[in-house]
Design a protein. Structure first.
Length: 252
């Protein structure tokens, strides 16, 4: 028997404040099939869906079958979003590299377009993942009244209330403040990595090639010339060798 979604208190009511501002960079652009007038508009809507779910989609990550169904009006935008969330690309590049808490945080951001209301909501949705799995969790988000009221069946989810009254700056976009991989996997994969732009690589300055001593590479040739010795267990040792005469000491 699946457990019902636990009740949690809202941390803020800013998401219900009426917007009095005009169009600006902090206001999200809305993509919906109700405003599609050409194939170019459909392409823009599909790209917006990929950005919202994958943050960025390469050609190999695109789902041609889902795109074809959306273009021919066989499925709605909501069904297209569901297909992306349950795709192998999303599972292999995001779901398998994060804990349930991290999955809840980013899924609420991507699907509902807002931050989670504290740890209480995170725990509530993580119980849904544990009891119903990823498919049940995705369906619960898409079937929620919050999703239907804000996005319906024809609108791509977007970050809501990025610009709030009383704030000098809006909220940071989700794809910037929420990395795809958790800290554990970022350490294994070697993130963050330095990205070199351009065809020419930056060369080390001449002062970096000067040997200052203490570098193990300076002794690589000397160690290679030393013959390997073999210690046989139970073998005899040379006790006549005067080790103390070879030790340097200060004369008083």
């Amino acid at each position: 028997m699946a457990l019902p979604l636990l009740n949690y208190a809202l941390e803020t009511q800013n998401s219900r404040v009426q917007d009095h501002g005009g169009a600006d960079d902090d206001k999200a652009r809305i993509f919906t099939t109700q405003q599609v007038l050409s194939n170019a508009d459909t392409d823009a809507l599909i790209e917006a869906a990929y950005r919202q779910i994958f943050f960025h989609a390469f050609k190999c990550n695109r789902d041609a079958f889902l795109e074809s169904q959306l273009r021919s009006n066989q499925i709605t935008v909501r069904d297209f979003i569901r297909g992306l969330l349950l795709s192998d690309t999303f599972k292999s590049s995001f779901y398998r590299f994060n804990s349930n808490y991290q999955v809840v945080t980013q899924m609420v951001q991507r699907v509902l377009g807002r931050n989670v209301h504290g740890q209480a909501e995170t725990i509530a949705w993580s119980i849904v993942i544990a009891s119903k799995g990823l498919v049940g969790f995705v369906d619960a988000l898409l079937d929620s009244q919050e999703y239907i009221d804000n996005f319906g069946y024809d609108t791509v989810p977007y970050q809501r209330r990025r610009m709030l009254p009383g704030r000098e700056l809006g909220e940071t976009p989700f794809n910037i403040k929420s990395p795809r991989y958790e800290s554990y996997w970022r350490g294994i994969l070697g993130f963050p990595r330095a990205v070199f732009v351009g065809t020419t690589t930056k060369k080390l300055p001449s002062r970096a090639r000067v040997s200052r001593g203490g570098n193990p590479n300076d002794y690589r040739d000397w160690v290679g010339d030393v013959g390997a010795t073999r210690c046989v267990a139970g073998g005899s040792t040379n006790t006549s060798f005067d080790y103390m005469s070879k030790v340097r000491y200060r004369k008083v």
